[in-house]
Design a protein around this ligand. Structure first.
Ligand SMILES: Cc1cc2nc3c(=O)[nH]c(=O)nc-3n(C[C@H](O)[C@H](O)[C@H](O)COP(=O)(O)O)c2cc1C
Length: 369
């Protein structure tokens, strides 16, 4: 039997197999960033008994959106929508964490309360696009947060973590990858602050450390996780010493005894199909030595390469993104060696049920044939 399909544990939860639903922004929430029935159907389809799932990036503060149609947990009205999702997942025996995020500078004024400038650690020109009523538009130049505003954001995350609990999630993952607000603080290409939130590794990690502690105050250590993209460049990210920085961050997270660490291998550039020439995982192999706990690895995996990283013990579970978009029954397909549906990139972000909940299960295809 393959290791990929063997049981394990995540935090306090026994997990039946190691094929994780990666966090996937699909931008199908209803007005007010509230999950509706379509999202309930989508998550329900991707639930397997004892399977581990992570929600799409969910906005933790009113100024945290980078994509219209993303759901939130910054408003009490969003809780009931999410409760329907978690109830559907639990009814089928799944375990689901909420991924909490703030887009920071990766946003446009059209998405901001009062049409104000997006916020970030420092004012630095950068590229990237946001999704608004007008479609994909360039990010608006951001302004730098004050220290008082950073403290307020920590409290926003604490409240969002409480709402995640009220909504029936099993835990929370902080999205500190892919160039969003936490990553903007961590990497020195986007953080030029000279106060206690900039400069040394310790200072650049401070915001993530404070939010992690705040979220732990609601959930306890073993139901809190952090996702990192060491050396990720999506969102114009860069760092002068990524290996030193991410080693430090992982060592510190290890001391906090979080439930798991989620790593994206740098060979994947954002969610694009352009993968770097190096097919081999590097982040998990390097950082495994510094994290005493469960590691979920993601980024360009197939069933074969996932099995290899698990056999090498560089990761404990593997998250799948694009294959899970188009294969709601992905664990079953891996178990039986069934072929995979191809994903359609055009329907990744926003739209209707097309390219969202209409990918067939293998058993349906087989019946029709
Ligand atoms: C449509 C799409 C949406 C994504 N949204 C998120 C997200 O909300 N949060 C996140 O951490 N990563 C997000 N990612 C990155 C995936 O979680 C994953 O790391 C990436 O797709 C690489 O894995 P894969 O090769 O299995 O697709 C997204 C990727 C895709 C394709």
């Amino acid at each position: 039997m393959s290791k990929l399909l063997s049981p394990t544990q995540v935090g306090p939860f026994p997990i039946a197999h190691r094929v994780v639903l990666a966090p996937l922004t699909r931008m199908r929430a209803e007005a007010g960033a509230i999950p509706g029935d379509l999202m309930v159907e989508y998550y329900s389809q991707r639930t397997s008994r004892g399977g581990f799932m992570i929600s799409e990036a969910t906005i933790a503060a009113p100024d945290g959106s980078g994509y219209l149609g993303s759901p939130g947990l910054h408003d009490d009205r969003q809780v009931a929508g999410w409760k329907k999702v978690t109830d559907a997942v639990h009814a089928k025996g799944g375990v689901i964490f909420a991924q909490l995020y703030h887009a920071g500078r990766q946003s446009n004024a059209q998405l901001q309360p009062g049409g104000k400038a997006p916020i970030g650690p420092s004012e630095i020109a950068h590229g990237g696009v946001a999704y608004t009523e007008a479609g994909w538009v360039p990010n608006t130049p951001n302004r730098a947060l004050t220290v008082a505003e950073i403290h307020a954001l920590v409290e926003s995350f604490r409240s969002a973590a409480q709402r995640a609990q009220d909504a029936g999630f099993d835990g929370v993952e902080l999205h500190a990858a892919n160039g969003y607000l936490f990553d903007q603080f961590l990497q020195d290409g986007s953080n030029k602050r000279t106060d206690e939130y900039g400069g040394s590794f310790e200072n650049r990690f401070r915001f993530l450390r404070e939010v992690t502690a705040a979220v732990i105050s609601i959930w306890g250590t073993d139901r809190v996780a952090v996702r990192l993209a060491p050396s990720g460049t999506f969102g114009d990210m860069s760092d002068t010493n990524p290996q030193g920085l991410f080693t430090y961050v992982v060592q510190e997270l290890s001391k906090l005894h979080i439930g798991y660490l989620h790593l994206i291998e740098p060979r994947v550039i954002g969610n694009s199909d352009d993968e770097s020439a190096d097919p081999n995982p590097v982040a998990s192999e390097l950082l495994r030595k510094h994290f005493k706990g469960t590691i979920i690895s993601a980024g360009g995996f197939t069933a074969l390469s996932a099995e290899a990283i698990l056999q090498a013990s560089d990761a404990d579970l593997v998250a799948f993104g694009r294959h899970f978009v188009s294969n709601p029954d992905l664990p079953d397909r891996f178990r039986h060696g069934w072929p995979l549906n191809a994903y359609v990139r055009d329907s990744f972000f926003g739209g209707t049920e097309v390219g969202y909940t209409d990918y067939p299960f293998y058993r349906e295809t087989a019946k029709a044939a």
